[in-house]
Design a protein around this ligand. Structure first.
Ligand code: NAP
Ligand code: ZN
Length: 370
């Protein structure tokens, strides 16, 4: 019989895991590998909650390997370094994002776009090189190859900086590669959630004009006054949408649910680009006419390389750019997931793992037998 998750590896760890498509998270014991020669061990202090965590624990993408321990916006302190480790020392503030390994030899890896390696190992719900399933940051510690660890610049807080490890790089990367980071250009941001709100902040830091396209009228004031957006339109209001028709060089589409693309693509100038970042469960509806007329481009983008993630993190630190977060304890995580599903978060939940995930919290909840 295969060893249970709590005994597969030598090091004992605590985690929050979902055990089925209800997505309900409960305290669980897991195990982690020993620190290898190229690895660092990290004491996890904070972990952001990405909508991808919610899609995965509810098995909306039909790929969940239960038990799922989500979390790919991980920050903490290095507690141990392997003998070949050069970049880090014990005590360093670091982060881990969406991936923990790649093949390191394919064209994508060699070109520095290892986020597109076909053998990518995601931080959770993926098969590691030894065949075991990877567990993410809703947990007290993790062991990661140093190449996939991000240095936290001085002054970048570990709580408000955590969401940059997924939400931040996911919006920064397409802005950089599609020329949507040039001062004076007009960018649209569809969906003002975790990704969307940091997209507004990066676009303003690049000196761009930013329009938020939202389904939530109550976010208008915050978008303009707190996040610095220049305009805010409600996607269901035909007059508001008409007022910005044909004005945008690019749109970052972060919506987590399926939509008809017609009215959104109409906002682009000729040769404008819409970059899909959201990963809804159901297909999008799109007419060829809305792209062909105007020579528009529809593209996708998936997180970013480690080099670009470090660049993004350093840029954010230089500009004092962090996420707006609601810090929660582990006992609030199921309620947080419900609120995330309803679009009620302002604008990223971050779990205070260091202070609230402990053997005591585990003892007060029934531990599922895996
Ligand atoms: P989030 O915080 O829940 O934000 C998503 C936003 O989408 C909501 O706040 C809402 O904004 C908008 N939205 C929801 N339903 C909509 C609908 N029916 N039509 C139009 N807009 C709708 O989620 P997130 O963490 O930012 O993630 C967003 C999506 O990106 C998820 O699907 C996630 O899996 C995906 N993702 C992709 C990558 C990647 O590498 N490509 C990385 C991370 C996440 P308004 O209230 O303003 O309308
Ligand atoms: Zn994410």
């Amino acid at each position: 019989m295969a060893p249970v998750e709590a005994e597969q590896h030598p090091r004992r760890s605590l985690a929050l895991a979902a055990h089925n498509a209800s997505g309900r998270l409960s305290p669980t014991r897991i195990s982690r590998r020993d620190t290898g020669d190229d690895d660092v061990a990290i004491q996890i202090l904070y972990c952001g909650i990405c909508h991808s965590d919610l899609h995965t624990i509810k098995n909306e993408w039909k790929n969940a390997n239960y038990p799922v321990v989500p979390g790919h916006e991980i920050t903490g302190l290095i507690t141990e370094v392997g003998k070949n480790v050069k970049k880090f020392n014990v005590g360093d503030n670091v982060g881990v994002g969406c991936m923990v390994n790649t093949c390191q030899s394919c064209e994508s890896c060699e070109e520095g776009h290892e986020n597109y390696c076909s053998k990518i190992i995601f931080t959770y719900n993926s098969h590691d090189r030894d065949g075991t399933v990877t567990y993410g940051g809703y947990s007290d510690m993790v062991v990661v190859n140093e190449r996939f660890v991000i240095r936290f610049p001085d002054g970048m807080p570990l709580d408000k900086g955590a969401p940059l490890l997924c939400a931040g790089i996911t919006v920064y990367n397409p802005m950089k590669y599609h020329g949507l980071n040039e001062p004076g250009k007009h960018i649209g941001v569809v969906g003002l959630g975790g990704l969307g709100h940091v997209a507004v902040k990066f676009a303003k830091a690049f000196g761009m004009r930013v329009t938020v396209i939202s389904t939530s009228p109550e976010k208008r004031e915050e978008a303009m006054e707190m996040l610095g957006a220049d305009a805010f339109v409600i996607s269901s209001d035909a007059n508001q949408m008409k007022a910005v028709k044909g004005t945008m060089h690019g749109i970052l589409n972060t919506a987590s649910a399926s939509m008809s693309m017609y009215s959104y693509l109409a906002l682009l100038k000729p040769h404008g680009k819409m970059i899909l970042l959201g990963l809804p469960e159901k297909p999008l509806q799109i007419s060829a006419f809305s792209l062909v007329a105007g020579g528009k481009t529809l593209a996708g983008s998936c997180m970013g390389s480690i080099r670009d993630t470090q660049e993004m993190m350093d840029f954010a630190a230089k500009h004092g750019l962090t996420a707006d977060i609601e810090l929660i304890g582990t006992e609030e995580v199921n309620e947080a997931m419900e609120r995330l599903g309803k679009g009620e978060v302002r604008y990223r939940f971050v779990i205070d793992v260091g202070n609230t995930l402990s053997a005591a919290s585990l003892a007060s909840s029934p531990v599922p037998a895996l």
